[in-house]
Design a protein around this ligand. Structure first.
Ligand SMILES: [Zn+2]
Length: 318
């Protein structure tokens, strides 16, 4: 199959990727060093509330970095995110009291992908994923005793048996399937009217990504995939996914909605997508999502650059 652009270019295009941060994993167990970084005035601390939103400045165009006074909290459990240009970055989970004290405005990650710099949005995605894991990982999976965070927030250790738990990421495939110049898009019943997206699903235990692509496409649409190739990936901490994007080819256009996840699935030509978006009857996935990127790259390849530009002018970003 023809492949649009270079791998490097496609990778850079995905929101929340290419984060210019040294995660400094080898320093996380050096408690004295981590504490020294925490005390540095130039260190930057971002706060995430209990709903996974970033505390942002008024106008929500930048994170509301905590100053030195604001970060001196007796119950503070900061997590080291990493280093950039010699500056240490930390996550501090924020309770309602802190959120109110800062007079900050909560900002969701999808919106942040459109309003923050790529570095800030990527840092937020990383911090959100870590904060969620910390919030839901409270008890030992072996003995049931409470856990305590170690390694600067990147491990949870059992207070009784010492068992270590690691942050988890759930891999999910997302795929644009094509057949003879048309691509397969589906919609779930809860989505806004007219929204269609690429098919997606979680990888199961003991399953290769290519097998997950074939299984998910068949389960959701009845369509058989003959071959697939990797496109690009994107962290998707809603709450803990890693989206692995693929291009795939189908053996036929026969659709049978099998598992009830989709209420509709259709084949769209590039022209039909452009006309639907321009008429307002078709809505594409969120602008920051890899599904949107898969569709845009496919449109450029099969419909040409001029058609893609038509779609970009007419499509909303959210
Ligand atoms: Zn235990």
């Amino acid at each position: 199959m023809d492949r649009p652009g270079s791998v490097a270019l496609r990778y850079r295009a995905n929101a929340f990727t290419d984060l210019a941060l040294d995660r400094a994993a080898e320093r996380r167990d050096d408690a004295a060093w981590v504490q020294a970084q925490w005390q540095q005035p130039q260190s930057r601390v971002l706060a995430i509330d209990s709903e996974g939103r970033l505390l942002a400045n008024a106008g929500r165009a930048a994170p509301r970095w905590l100053n030195q006074d604001e970060r001196q909290r007796p119950d503070a459990a900061p997590s080291l995110l990493g280093l950039a240009d010699g500056t240490a970055y930390f996550l501090l989970p924020a309770d309602d009291t802190l959120a109110n004290t800062l007079h900050a405005e909560p900002l969701g990650l999808r919106e942040a992908g459109l309003t923050l710099t790529p570095f800030e949005a990527g840092l937020f995605a990383y911090a959100r994923a870590l904060a969620h894991w910390q919030a839901v990982t409270r008890f030992c999976t072996r003995c049931g005793a409470p856990l305590t965070l170690v390694s600067a927030g990147h491990r949870a250790q059992c207070t009784r048996c010492g068992h270590l738990q690691f942050p988890r990421t759930d891999p999910a495939i997302i795929v644009i399937v094509e057949h003879d110049g048309a691509c397969l898009l589906g919609r779930q019943p809860t989505w806004p009217t007219g929204r269609y997206s690429t098919l997606a699903g979680f990888v199961e235990p003991g399953e290769a990504l290519e097998d997950a692509v074939r299984r998910e496409v068949h389960e959701e649409s009845g369509v058989r995939v003959s071959q697939c190739s990797y496109h690009s990936s994107q962290p998707w901490p809603f709450p803990a996914s890693l989206m692995l994007g693929f291009n795939a080819e189908a053996t036929s256009r026969d659709i049978a909605l099998r598992d009830g996840e989709l209420e509709d699935a259709r084949w769209f030509t590039p022209q039909a997508i452009a006309e639907g978006v321009e008429a307002g009857t078709l809505k594409l996935p969120f602008g920051v999502s890899v599904s949107r990127r898969l569709i845009e790259d496919w449109l450029a390849l099969r419909g040409g650059e001029a058609l893609l530009q038509r779609v970009l002018r007419a499509a909303s970003a959210d």
